[in-house]
Design a protein around this ligand. Structure first.
Ligand SMILES: *Cc1c(COP(=O)(O)O)cnc(C)c1O
Length: 421
């Protein structure tokens, strides 16, 4: 459920009219709802309230500080995957002891920054990385809390580009080798083992792959404890999917997920961490864009928007579907027609949808891409020297531009022309 609903014949975000924001901010822009963000966070938090837990928002999904602060105020920790995200989380006021550091290739500098600024744990992805973390910690005279990310070799049954839990993926260490890796971790002077980490992919629409992975983590917990390791924390990753189409079968709810986690892992008495990103931010954001032209092609009509693939890459990159709705509510019974909905970038990949049924549209009409809050703004680029589009946050009847659109001048002045030119 989200807070983008038609009211009095047009789309509103909570208690603000989307068209009103568009008039003030200009299109295209991302628009987030505070009530939806907090609702989704609380669903997870409550789903795990049968035991000690921390919901660490995977901030790569949408990392504006206003979003981080909104969630941190609810008690969220953060899952970061780069030094930049770590710095951003600190800047948003998240304490280091609520930040977990994931990611396949943490550099010396990133590790040092996190150990200096405070960190809840590193989720170690490989043996070489584990050795470097120990070295850096030793050189700073501190002990780094770690989990090892195990790759459970389960099929997440999701898009190939976002499946991470099969042995052929680059993530984690094979679960079959976990015992030796933990033995080495225990010998390294700069590390303290605190638990186990697993993350099998994104946009999962079934519980079964999670359950398979978590059962393997449960077995591994017992095996590692038998070897004398102190396993007190299980980081279960993120990945629960969202409904991108209203017509589709809905993915499992956080409550169902939480109950499955309890049934599979509660008996171990560990603190549970989860790292949801998409399910917190995805349906909490829309992308608002304007129709520039309606072009009647041969056998098909195109809606050419002012938004493009550089603003929202998901359709081009993952063949992702986004529901696209007119901001003015269609009159009941209005006859729909198929449109190819495209951006102005010179690439055939700059196509958001083909033969999408929409009410008749005209130049100047506003449309909204639903479910664009996660992996939208954060994956945007300035391709074609198109400015990164603004982000706007609504809270009840207020809204605020939480990232402004840069001017052309600001963009161009970032180039540095060498003295010889
Ligand atoms: C991407 C990622 C997440 C978040 O995945 P969602 O599908 O957005 O919930 C969590 N943990 C790790 C390690 C990730 O790489």
């Amino acid at each position: 459920m989200d807070h983008f609903l038609y009211r009095d014949g047009s789309l509103w975000a909570e208690d603000v009219s989307v068209a009103e924001i568009a008039a003030q901010v200009g299109t295209p822009f991302y628009l987030y709802s505070t009530a939806t963000l907090t609702r989704h966070f609380r669903l997870f938090d409550e789903a795990l309230d049968w035991g000690p837990h921390l919901v660490c928002y995977a901030m790569k999904a949408a990392s504006n500080q206003a979003i981080l602060k909104t969630l941190a105020a609810e008690g969220a920790g953060m899952d970061v995957v780069s030094g930049g995200e770590y710095a951003r989380a600190l800047a948003a006021g998240v304490p280091g002891d609520k930040i977990v550091f994931s990611g396949v290739g943490k550099t010396h500098d990133e590790i040092r920054a996190a150990l200096t600024g405070g960190i809840r744990q590193f989720n170690v992805e490989s043996e070489p990385e584990m050795r470097v973390i120990s070295e850096v910690a030793t050189s700073l005279g501190v002990i780094a809390p770690i989990t090892v990310r195990v790759n459970p070799d389960v099929d997440a049954k999701t898009h190939a580009k976002i499946a991470t839990g099969k042995s052929e993926n680059k993530f984690g260490i094979p679960i079959a080798r976990a015992k030796e890796v933990y033995a080495e971790a225990a010998r390294l002077p700069g590390l303290k083992i605190v638990g186990i980490d697993v993350h099998i992919g994104s946009q999962l629409t079934q519980l079964e792959p999670f359950q398979q992975a978590y059962q393997k983590v449960a077995d591994l917990t017992e095996a590692l404890r038998a070897d004398g390791h102190d396993i007190t924390r299980l980081d279960l990753g993120g990945g629960l999917g969202i409904p991108y189409t209203r017509s589709n079968e809905a993915p499992p709810l956080p409550t169902e997920y939480g109950a499955m986690v309890r049934d599979t892992l509660a008996h171990l008495g560990c603190e549970i961490e989860i790292e949801p990103g998409r399910l917190i931010a995805g349906n909490a954001g829309i992308l608002v864009s304007k129709v520039i032209y309606v072009k009647n092609g041969e056998g098909r009509d195109f809606l050419i928007l002012d938004g493009a693939m550089n603003d929202l890459i998901r359709p081009a990159m993952y063949e992702a579907h986004h529901d696209i709705v007119p901001v003015v509510e269609p009159a009941p019974g209005v006859e729909q027609q198929p449109y190819d909905i495209v951006g102005p970038v010179c690439e055939t990949g700059d196509t958001f949808a083909k033969e999408r049924m929409m009410p008749p549209m005209q130049a100047g009409d506003l449309i909204a891409f639903r479910s664009a809050g996660a992996y939208g703004a954060v994956m945007a680029s300035e391709y074609n020297t198109r400015p990164l589009i603004p982000e706007v946050l609504v809270k009840e009847d207020q809204f605020s531009v939480i990232r402004a659109r840069p001017t052309y001048e600001e963009m161009i002045n970032r180039d540095n022309v060498p003295v010889w030119l």
